[in-house]
Design a protein around this ligand. Structure first.
Ligand code: GCU
Length: 415
């Protein structure tokens, strides 16, 4: 997406706009009328009046609708865990944390496909530590300048300094601004990250080379489904790691990987907290609003992210039996955080906020707490209840501000 920042003054106020793809709606007045499917009414029209009806009937119903219509059905894991810690070192160039790198078998087979988990573990206090588990876009080596992080051996997109889809030193640390490892670890949290491309390369034919190729065709899943499944395999390992308190694992992701974090948090209830950063269409944003990126556009640009059935909702959002507030509701009663950015209109900040708002009745029914706001809060003022939300100034990104809000939210729920 080509981005261009324009700043202009209007009535003495300075407003910053980021140009977004044209031909899409960015005008709130043009959002069509829509009716959201009610998370608290069953498919046969009965009101969900108790936590038991939610747990036994409505939650499974919504979950299988998302499997069928959006992200697909992922296979059961083998139950076997093979891993090898190939690096464990204090030598990170930063006194706040040490580093561990682990090769984890995805299929449970010793010689099957593997992914690398990079861990930064606090030096402060004594473990086991709560952890943020995340996927990254460009390889573990891209999240920090630390020269000891293994360069991914998986497919990467060709970009500056990268040829033949092979990662190199050229991209070491290229995304370090998004990973505030110092802040995270100095507040007593570990950070774990895995390259999404170790699970499935992010391109239209990724299915052929990724983990999906290892499973029978009967499983109709998607790249997002595969990535979320990989996060769960990461958590399987963390349950064995004595440095980590896996009962306090927070799944967090940005953008396409924020969509993935939501599906992972919905699919695997071992994740104690779920965080979606600027996840937009197919993530937290309500599809029926058709604001910014639409279902048709995402299915055209990234057909591999979702199942084929999702394509039938191109220009036909109202026919989809679910909308994204119900994905948020699947995380209940566990804490959920959704974050937007002012200039990230492509991701529909208001639609992301409304997903949180319309998931809140489920949290209330379950006695899990509330979402303590009815309206979108002021810019840069996080609201944190059972559901947290903020709209940060600036663009589509992950910043120190976002990490601080997530750490505050985790502290609030864990302490
Ligand atoms: C594109 C895509 C979004 C996605 C984003 C990202 O902009 O249209 O849906 O969230 O890429 O992952 O960075």
């Amino acid at each position: 997406m080509k981005k261009l920042s324009l700043t202009f003054a209007l009535l003495g106020l300075s407003i910053s706009l980021e140009a977004q793809p044209s031909g899409f709606n960015y005008d709130e007045a043009k959002v069509p009328e829509y009716k959201l499917p009610d998370p608290l009414t069953t498919e046969d029209g009965k009101k969900v009046t108790s936590p038991k009806i939610w747990q036994d009937i409505r939650r499974p119903e919504i979950f299988s609708l998302f499997q069928k219509h959006v992200y697909g059905r992922s296979p059961k894991p083998s139950g076997k865990i093979h891993y090898q810690v190939f690096d464990d070192s204090l030598n990170t160039g930063n006194e706040n944390y040490r580093r561990k790198q682990v090769e984890i078998s995805l299929s449970g087979k010793k010689n099957g496909p593997k992914m690398d988990l990079l861990l930064y573990i606090p030096n402060k206090g004594t473990g086991p530590y709560p952890i943020f588990l995340t996927l990254n876009f460009r390889g573990n080596h891209s999240i920090s300048k630390d020269p000891e992080v293994r360069i991914t051996r998986s497919w990467v997109p060709n970009e500056k300094g990268i040829k033949n889809n092979k990662a190199s030193e050229a991209t070491r640390g290229m995304r370090s601004s998004r990973w505030d490892v110092s802040q995270i670890t100095s507040r007593g949290y570990a950070l774990g990250t895995i390259y999404c491309g170790d699970i499935e390369p992010d391109h239209r034919n990724g299915r052929v080379d990724g983990i999906r190729a290892q499973y029978p065709e009967a499983y109709t899943w998607s790249a997002i489904g595969a990535w979320a499944w990989g996060l769960s395999r990461g958590l399987d390992y963390l349950e064995k790691d004595k440095d980590i308190d896996a009962s306090k694992a927070i799944v967090m992701g940005h953008s396409r990987l924020g969509k993935t974090a939501l599906w992972a948090g919905a699919s695997d209830t071992r994740f104690a907290i779920t965080i979606s950063n600027n996840s937009g269409c197919g993530g937290a944003a309500l599809s029926r609003r058709r604001f910014g990126e639409t279902v048709k556009r995402i299915n055209t640009s990234f057909p591999h992210w979702f199942v084929d059935q999702y394509k039938t909702y191109n220009d036909n959002e109202d026919a989809c039996p679910v909308d994204q507030h119900q994905l948020a509701a699947l995380v209940a009663p566990r804490p959920l955080y959704i974050a937007s950015a002012v200039q990230d209109r492509w991701a529909d900040p208001r639609g992301e906020f409304l997903a949180a708002k319309h998931a809140a009745p489920v949290y209330e029914l379950l006695g899990a707490g509330t979402f303590p706001t009815k309206d979108i809060p002021p810019v840069d003022k996080p609201v944190q209840g059972a559901i947290g939300y903020h709209i940060r100034s600036g663009k589509h990104d992950v910043t120190t501000f976002d990490w601080k809000a997530y750490l505050d939210f985790a502290d609030k729920h864990f302490n």
